[in-house]
Design a protein around this ligand. Structure first.
Ligand code: FAD
Length: 291
């Protein structure tokens, strides 16, 4: 099912993100964990392309397995920045052949090697180039793009960030998913600004339950996220006790999701880090809200 259909519905929904295995020998355990997450029957499951420590090799296989074994719609991520046109075209063809309906079109992060290389030689510089490539291929995918309530770290300012987001919308994106954030006011402010700029596409907020103190530094590095005092106090108090930190992190994420729903957001995406237990607890906390 295309995500555009899911996003049209007037019901609240939760979706989950998983990542593919880091090594070939991890494949079975990751397949089992991601299948378990899918069996919670979220609105859809997204499968990253190389992010979060996974390789890009198994994105399609994990996405297909979830769809075929559990029947939950999937969103397969694809990045372009370090790829040749042949590779990207082949990936698009492989996805079509596998019956994939939803693709998250991303640029990918710049490695230090890429930063140093000659950008004029890159086949794709930005995610918008990948969106155009997909459109030109004639593949009938529902296309997602990334957005950043706290501005992408490479953008000079909010105006520039929104300008480039609008380019992705105009190129054929069907919806956006946000980078993680820990203060919902950042999301509400961002939504106001993009609507003002004429971007009307659905935006799915991405929520990351921080269940280990060690994840905090990585979250800040990845997203440059602002950590509200309430969240910092929680990590200070419970960070050294794994069970307490997990419970407090899940409660914080649950609270964020409830506030989003209460303020008119319908769809929320949870970065599960391949942890079925965390996904299950969040879903259980919201059982009467999700209905
Ligand atoms: P872009 O939209 O290309 O934006 C990157 C930067 O370039 C921004 O600062 C933007 O303002 C600027 N820009 C865009 N167009 C132009 C232009 N025409 N001229 C000048 N500047 C421009 N990474 C992975 O490797 N695998 C994944 O699976 C993955 N999944 C993700 C899912 C989500 C929801 C999010 C938020 C991020 C994900 N990422 C993933 C990380 C992502 O690849 C990085 O954040 C990356 O740095 C930017 O990707 P993008 O698609 O947003 O790029």
């Amino acid at each position: 099912m295309k995500l555009t259909e899911i996003l049209k519905k007037d019901a609240l929904s939760l979706s989950f993100e998983v990542f593919p295995p880091k090594t070939d020998s991890d494949f079975e355990s990751v397949r089992a964990a991601t299948e378990k997450i899918a069996r919670l029957l979220p609105a859809f499951v997204s499968v990253t392309y190389g992010a979060g420590g996974g390789t890009s090799k198994y994105t399609l296989e994990i996405a297909k397995n979830i769809r075929d074994s559990v029947g939950v719609p999937t969103l397969a991520h694809l990045t372009c920045v370090s790829s040749t046109r042949e590779t990207v075209r082949q990936k698009i063809a492989d996805m079509q052949k596998a019956g994939i309906e939803n693709v998250m079109a991303l640029r990918g992060d710049l490695t230090p090697e890429l930063e140093k290389s000659d950008r004029s030689r890159w086949a794709y510089r930005y995610a918008v180039d990948l969106i155009r490539e997909i459109k030109e291929s004639g593949a009938d995918f529902c296309i997602g793009g990334a957005c950043y309530p706290e501005i992408h770290p490479e953008s000079a300012d909010r105006r520039e960030d929104i300008l480039h987001l609008k380019e992705k919308a105009d190129a054929g994106c069907d919806f956006f998913t946000t980078q993680m954030f820990f203060d919902n006011n950042l999301l509400y402010n961002f939504l106001y600004k993009i609507r003002e700029a004429g971007i009307t596409l659905p935006v799915i907020p991405g929520i990351m339950p921080i269940t280990r103190a060690g994840q905090v530094a990585r979250a800040i590095k990845l997203s440059g996220s602002f950590m509200p005092q309430r969240f910092k106090s929680l990590v200070d108090k419970f960070g050294s006790s794994p069970a307490a930190m997990k419970q407090a992190g899940i409660a914080y994420a649950t609270d964020q999701i409830i506030d989003l729903y209460a303020n008119g957001v319908k769809n929320v995406h949870v970065y599960t880090m391949n942890n079925p237990d965390v996904a299950e607890q969040i879903q259980r906390n919201l059982s009467d809200i999700l209905g």
